[in-house]
Design a protein around this ligand. Structure first.
Ligand SMILES: Cc1cc2nc3c(=O)[nH]c(=O)nc-3n(C[C@H](O)[C@H](O)[C@H](O)COP(=O)(O)OP(=O)(O)OC[C@H]3O[C@@H](n4cnc5c(N)ncnc54)[C@H](O)[C@@H]3O)c2cc1C
Length: 273
């Protein structure tokens, strides 16, 4: 049942400092573009009633390169990432992911910080960030800490983030090698992924991350090791089959997800020689 709006309480912060002070003093659920939060309120599945709107915290919106690291502010939208020369030059797989997220309305409002914090295993930016060894920057009123994206999730939609913290940015070190992104869904726009693969090949080494095949985004470390050790592609695919356990759900079957993940990873490896 839809959550009645009259039961909700919203505060707006106009700067990061104000937002962090509010979160220090009272627990509130942050709202950025609201594209996930509104859906959850509409289905009555969001447990929170007290929210903090951070959309006006402009310090979190920038996309920049610092010390050879691409820094995506938490409020960077898919539209902003699509327009960014730095993203196009350094992280084309993110550009490809952003292009395929929802439709223009969602791309205009949806943010990378929201995608990370929401933690859906089907989130399209997450395999990109996992394959790129990205680091999530968390800040509270008291301190700042950096957590590799691959260590950020503790389970299905649970993270190491504390209630007084915000994601302020995600840092992506320079990626060398050819980048690859493939989303498989029922149709190109507005469809949630059945599986999503992001990968980088640099000579004989690969970094491969997959979404929608486990409770969290996963790096295929065993498959990566097999490819780096010059195992045959068939042997590497045996490693892949052993390290993911996709689930059956309303969007797809486990068998389909496993087969398609294998096909996509094969295609990535053969196409990126
Ligand atoms: C029609 C439609 C299509 C969609 N298509 C796709 C798709 O193709 N691919 C895809 O991956 N997603 C898709 N989504 C989901 C959604 O748009 C994305 O996950 C988006 O990136 C969420 O960003 P947001 O700013 O709107 O998050 P919000 O809804 O504002 O927040 C989501 C969660 O993150 C938390 N949060 C937000 N920002 C921060 C922060 N800075 N620090 C800490 N916590 C924070 C909130 O508390 C909330 O729990 C779709 C959604 C809709 C409605």
């Amino acid at each position: 049942m839809k959550t009645p709006l009259s039961t909700l309480h919203l505060r707006r912060a106009t700067s990061l400092a104000e937002a962090l002070t509010i979160l220090r003093d009272e627990p509130r659920t942050p709202v950025a573009g609201a594209t996930d939060v509104y859906v959850q309120l509409n289905f009555g599945t969001h447990p929170a009633t007290r929210f903090l709107d951070i959309w006006a915290c402009d310090e979190l919106r920038s996309i920049s390169v610092r010390d050879d690291t691409l820094v995506l502010g938490a409020l960077a939208t898919y539209t902003a990432m699509l327009a960014s020369h730095a993203v196009a030059a350094r992280l084309p797989m993110m550009r490809e992911a952003a292009r395929q997220v929802g439709g223009p309305q969602i791309q205009n409002r949806g943010t990378v910080g929201g995608n990370i914090a929401n933690g859906s295993p089907a989130g399209d930016s997450l395999p990109v960030l996992a394959a790129a060894d990205a680091v999530v920057v968390l800040r509270s009123h008291a301190d700042e800490r950096r957590i590799p994206l691959t260590a950020f999730y503790t389970g299905y939609r649970t993270t190491v983030m504390r209630s007084d913290e915000l994601i302020v940015a995600v840092e992506v070190p320079r990626v060398t090698g050819r980048q690859f992104f493939r989303k498989v869904g029922t149709r190109a726009a507005q469809a949630i992924s059945k599986i999503v693969v992001a990968a980088v090949r640099d000579g004989s080494s690969a970094r491969i991350a997959v979404g929608s095949v486990a409770p969290t985004v996963v790096r295929l470390r065993e498959t990566e090791r097999a490819l780096a050790a010059s195992a045959s592609l068939d042997d590497a695919m045996a490693a892949l089959r052993a390290e993911i356990r996709p689930i059956d759900d309303i969007r797809s079957t486990a068998e389909y997800r496993l087969k398609v993940t294998e096909n996509v990873v094969r295609r990535f490896w053969l196409a990126s020689i």
